[in-house]
Each structure stands twice: as structure tokens, then as C-alpha cells.
Design a protein around this ligand. Structure first.
Ligand code: FDM
Ligand code: MG
Length: 185
């Protein structure tokens, strides 16, 4: 039987460079002879993903709890396929996972423990790479986009919520300008 692949999760605020680093990592893994694939959450192509996409683009409105559960469902529906890939030896590099789910919803004011519950039982990552960047620095990278959560005040809160979720499977990668300074977010 093939050796199980690794589940590598990459997290961070918007503009922290997750997508680029995920692509680089997949390319590096492949070049060194590993089977590796990129996975992204939310997966906007599925039924739940389309509802999430419409919500993020502010084309539809949903209760905060309901959208939280949709993000979780969007992960659950992918678990069987992902698990099969891991078992057949493919390493998965995942751009956002349940930690984004908890960080964003709790930043909006939902109870952190309530937010964790729907994701209990998902595949556990082998490592979580947290790309840390101050929100000031993130904004300098061409500003945030037009989607619902791409706003400075919310991003500051999200970064603080992410900090609460770190455990020993996390490796925090300090991006340029990410050291915390007084009076600076
Ligand atoms: N997001 C992402 C959540 O609020 N909950 C989740 O569970 C996930 C996976 O969706 F603002 C938010 C984070 C971000 C938005 O993500 C879309 P991308 O990576 O920017 O497409
Ligand atoms: Mg985004």
C-alpha cells in the first residue's frame, strides 16, 4: 500500500500570500517526486460553494450561523475524496480550512466554541502553516478586494481570532512586516 500523503493546511488573513505560497509548495513537492495536489476552501464549484460565493459577493444575505454551517458543509462534502487521495499517497496542500471558518465567524461575533463544533471529525491536518502579516502590511499589497469580508476592521479581528486557535501543529511563518508593534495592526 502507498505511504499516506500529508495534509498540509495553509491559513492566514486575506493578502497574506496563501494562494501563491500554496502553488509554490505544490510545485516544489511535485518537482521533488511527490504526488501533490492543491485544494481550496471554500470550493465555490459545488452547490454549497455556489451559495457561499453568492454570499461573499454580497449578492445574497444569510444569517451568520447559517453561512458558518454552509462553510463547514462545504468541507464535509469533500472529506471522502480527500481521504482517498491521502490514503493513495497524495499530499494535499489546502488553502484555508476549518480554522478560517472559526476565525471569520468568531470575528463577526459568534461564540468560538459554537463555531468549532460543526467541523469536529474532519480530517486532522499534519501541519498548519500560518502566514502572518500585519493588516497594515496586507493593505499595502494593493488593498483588499470587494468581497464581504475584505475590510480592514474585520481582518484585524480575524487575525486576533487566528491567534487563539494556534496549537503545536501550527507553524507561524512571519511574512514581511508581521512583527507586532504598539499602535499598529
Ligand atoms: N471563509 C473561508 C470563511 O468565512 N469561513 C470558512 O470556513 C472559509 C474556508 O471566505 F474571506 C472566508 C474567508 C474569506 C472568504 O475565501 C473566501 P478566499 O480564500 O478569499 O476565497
Ligand atoms: Mg479572499
Amino acid at each position: 500500500m502507498a505511504q499516506r500523503g500529508l495534509l498540509i493546511v495553509v491559513e492566514g488573513c486575506d493578502r497574506s500570500g496563501k494562494s501563491t505560497q500554496c502553488e509554490n509548495l505544490v510545485a516544489q513537492l511535485q518537482q521533488s517526486g511527490n504526488n501533490a495536489e492543491l485544494v481550496k476552501f471554500p470550493d465555490r464549484t459545488t452547490q454549497t460553494g455556489k451559495m457561499i460565493d453568492s454570499y461573499l459577493q454580497q449578492k445574497s444575505d444569510l444569517d451568520d450561523h447559517a453561512i458558518h454551517l454552509l462553510f463547514s458543509a462545504n468541507r464535509w462534502e469533500a472529506m471522502k475524496a480527500l481521504s482517498e487521495k491521502l490514503n493513495s499517497g497524495t499530499t494535499l496542500v489546502v488553502d484555508r480550512y476549518a480554522f478560517s471558518g472559526v476565525a471569520f465567524s468568531s470575528a463577526k461575533g459568534l461564540d468560538l466554541e459554537w463555531c468549532r463544533n460543526p467541523d469536529i471529525g474532519l480530517l486532522t491536518p499534519d501541519i498548519v502553516l500560518f502566514l502572518d502579516l500585519t493588516i497594515d502590511e496586507a493593505e499595502k499589497r494593493g488593498g483588499f478586494g470587494q468581497e464581504r469580508y475584505e475590510k480592514r476592521e474585520l481582518q484585524i479581528k480575524v487575525r486576533d481570532e487566528f491567534a487563539k486557535l494556534q496549537d503545536d501543529t501550527w507553524k507561524s511563518v512571519q511574512r514581511e512586516g508581521s512583527t507586532r508593534h504598539l499602535g499598529c495592526h
